[in-house]
Design a protein around this ligand. Structure first.
Ligand code: NAD
Length: 296
């Protein structure tokens, strides 16, 4: 069992830290939000007064922050966390960020003699709570082997896809497909409902037919179809629209870097931007259905 510092206790980080505790690790936590810290303490964590205090005797540091600027802001620069992490500790960043940012932070960690992997996740808040996340890892194989027992306490599948930053590239490929699939699933349900179909029956049919997907079966965008989906609780508590918008922007950047064509990815990015401008940026990304459906 390891002494773990966990920074970033949001929709994902909170349940991930709770699973580390359940597995028997000792976990010292920090977040900018006091209620998030309080929830982790209730689950058995020790609260730190700031990120530096959290890592004082850590063997492993895990971060789960919104975007590149938060990760670079935490680890780099004068007073950055890398300077405070004990020699020999392992750093695991699970945030979804730009591949270039992940590489920049990992290079700075290596310059300090610290091993670091990028390990963004897939599986949503339900997967975080159930401990069934998929980890998509970039970095040295040796660092991944050290990380494996920690990752296995929070997830079920671990993929090593390449060097530093490669985990982020693979994660962006996944989320670009997810963004487009969610948007078109919402359109399909709205079309059926406009013709008088029952959204639940339509979804049940799609879930065993050729359009089946996570968007239909787990995070269905139509309210009332799945009791535990964000759509059935006012689109709260899932994967934020603006986080999906961030990921689609990162995918567009990644595409430009190699001259790739991503027509549907770009279209999806525009749909989530429209949903954000409609005031739904803080809602779950399945709220993109609001662009095409009345009364949801
Ligand atoms: P969130 O906004 O719910 O949580 C982020 C947390 O980070 C917040 O509690 C915030 O207070 C904290 N934070 C920000 N800056 C900080 C700092 N400098 N120090 C300490 N705490 C800080 O976001 P989330 O949904 O948990 O997502 C986190 C990451 O995981 C994102 O990169 C997201 O793209 C990715 N992700 C999310 C999901 C999902 O379903 N929500 C799924 C897969 C991946």
């Amino acid at each position: 069992m390891s002494r773990i510092a966990f920074i970033g206790l949001g929709n994902m980080g909170g349940p991930m830290a709770a699973n580390l505790l359940k597995a028997g690790h000792s976990v010292c936590v920090y977040d900018l939000s006091q209620p998030a810290i309080d929830a982790a303490v209730t689950a058995g964590a020790v609260a730190a007064s700031d990120a530096h205090a959290a890592v004082v005797d850590a063997e492993v540091v895990v971060s789960m922050l919104p975007a590149s600027r938060h990760v670079e802001g935490l680890y780099l620069g004068d007073g950055g966390l890398l300077a405070a992490i004990p020699a020999g500790a392992l750093v695991i960043d699970c945030s979804t960020i730009a591949p270039a940012s992940a590489k920049k932070v990992a290079d700075a960690a290596a310059a300090r003699g610290l091993a670091m992997i990028d390990a963004p996740v897939s599986g949503g808040t339900a997967g975080a709570a159930a401990g069934t996340l998929t980890f998509i890892v970039g970095g040295h194989a040796q660092a991944l082997e050290r990380a494996r027992p920690v990752l296995e306490s929070m997830g079920r599948n671990i993929f090593h896809v390449g060097d530093s930053g490669a985990g982020q590239v693979a994660k962006l490929c996944n989320n670009m497909a997810l963004g487009a699939i969610m948007a078109v699933t919402g359109e399909a349900l709205a079309l059926g409902v406009a013709h008088g179909l029952e959204p639940k029956v339509l979804s049940q049919m799609m879930a065993v037919s050729t359009s089946r997907s996570w968007a239909t079966e787990v995070c269905n965008p139509w309210p009332g179809v799945l009791e535990n989906a964000p759509a059935s609780r006012g689109y709260t508590g899932g994967f934020g629209n603006d986080l999906m918008l961030k990921d689609l922007g990162l995918a567009a950047e990644a595409a430009m870097g190699v001259g790739a064509s991503i027509p549907l990815g770009e279209l999806a990015r525009n749909l989530y931007a429209m949903n954000s401008r409609a005031g739904n940026g803080g809602l779950d990304f399945s709220s993109v259905v609001k662009l095409v459906a009345k009364d949801v």
